[in-house]
Design a protein around this ligand. Structure first.
Ligand SMILES: [Zn+2]
Length: 418
């Protein structure tokens, strides 16, 4: 067994195949943690930042960060991300239950466990359809989930948690996890826990991971931050699952988080594999994702975007235009820090009134996060869309709310739109 639990610090070998043959694709400098926002007082204090490089394994094609920050520091108790914050996100998370129900057979009132369940939005979809649901979530968002009736254990998913669940709730017919293969530093513990809890007859393990092909093709380097330790093509995901006796039976590309891959695996070897799995593997190979060239081109393009976007903003600034940011997803922290977009360029970042991030400041770049309502009042000249992956719906919403200025879409190519 070569898969190991990474410890905080520098990564020197591949986390799936153990190869030391890993090379650097991209150096995004140093960045603060994207969900550890600063208070007004905090911006005058010394600040922690961590190296942020993207590495690739030559052997199994896993993409990973060069540095692991302790999960307890990244997913701290006051982690401010709520998955059900917008209707779009809610609908995407409910698509997981729809997929399971449409494609697989279950007993009466089966148990589904969601690892890293956040505010319970994904599980709501299952609950509506008669499933028994259980969430596992280490941060205080677990309390929110429990309040709205989604039973959630506030703990990290480790051996003890898995044993506790098995004793109290028995095995699950569905285990889900969105982005867990990216988030959790203890891959070995995660896989053993899932294996321990999944029904071996008809149980399915459904994971959704940000798909490396989208990150590369669509220049989504802003999704590289310390919460995401690894980025996956289908090939290394299959290898990871296989090492623990899982057979991958389906793979589907889904729109979540600007392009994810939903991979379904089982411990029952008799379940048949859908054609989609081999089709996606062939496509990855054909399009060059197992070769060096595509990564080299990516790195060059990212550097060009940094330069172009920064220049575009300074040009407007010299014309005395007011520029603000809109939306403050985790990924905005990388984009702002890497492209040197600080509080000298951007007056503030506007977030919706229900956001847990209001009145805080972005790490590294120190931009204040304010209520969107104030932005509509102030009518700045330009709005830089930091949730550009939902760009169309963000623009539509802002116009509906009365914003009359122009928009800047930063990626994949920086551009201004009316
Ligand atoms: Zn590898």
């Amino acid at each position: 067994m070569t898969i190991y639990d990474t410890k905080p610090g520098i990564i020197q070998k591949c986390q799936i195949c153990n190869s030391k043959n890993i090379y650097e694709i991209l150096d995004l400098g140093h960045s603060g943690l994207c969900d550890s926002l600063l208070t007004e007082k905090g911006i005058n204090n010394p600040e922690k930042s961590y190296p942020l490089k993207l590495l690739k394994c030559k052997k199994c094609h896993l993409l990973q960060l060069n540095y692991v920050v302790d999960n307890k520091e990244v997913f701290h108790l006051d982690y401010p991300y709520k998955s059900g914050i917008t209707k779009t996100l809610k609908d995407l998370l409910h698509s997981t239950s729809k997929y399971c129900i449409d494609n697989f057979k279950f007993s009466k009132k089966p148990l589904v466990i969601d690892i890293g369940s956040n505010d319970g939005t994904l599980l709501e979809g299952f609950k509506k359809n008669g499933f028994k649901v259980l969430g596992v979530e280490p941060t205080n968002i677990a309390k929110l989930a429990n309040k709205k009736g989604i039973k959630t254990i506030q703990k990290y998913f480790d051996k003890n948690t898995a044993n506790f669940i098995k004793k109290k709730f028995n095995k699950a017919e569905v285990i889900t996890g969105t982005n867990i293969f990216a988030h959790i530093n203890k891959l070995d513990t995660l896989m053993k826990g899932v294996k321990n809890l999944l029904n071996t007859k008809n149980g399915i393990f459904v994971t959704e991971s940000h798909y490396a092909v989208n990150i590369l093709n669509e220049m989504q380097f802003d999704s590289i931050y310390h919460e995401h330790l690894r980025f996956y093509l289908l090939k290394p995901l299959i290898l990871l699952l296989k090492k623990y006796g899982f057979k991958v039976i389906d793979a589907v590309k889904i729109p979540n988080y600007a392009g994810s891959i939903r991979v379904t695996a089982t411990l029952n070897n008799k379940m048949t594999q859908k054609k989609s799995v081999q089709n996606i593997l062939k496509e990855e190979k054909k399009n060059g994702f197992y070769n060096y060239k595509i990564y080299d081109q990516y790195s060059k393009k990212v550097k060009k975007i940094k330069n172009d976007l920064n220049k575009m903003l300074w040009k407007l600034k010299f014309k005395k235009k007011k520029i603000v940011g809109v939306g403050c997803p985790g990924r905005s922290i990388t984009l702002l820090a890497y492209c040197n977009i600080t509080n000298q360029l951007i007056d503030y970042v506007a977030e919706q009134s229900s956001s847990l991030k209001l009145n805080m400041f972005t790490p590294t770049t120190h931009i204040k996060i304010i209520d969107e309502k104030n932005m509509i009042k102030k009518q700045p000249d330009y709005a830089l869309i930091l949730s550009w992956h939902y760009g169309k719906s963000v623009i539509k919403n802002l116009k509906k709310k009365g914003y009359k200025g122009k928009f800047i879409i930063p990626l994949p190519t920086p551009k201004i739109v009316n």
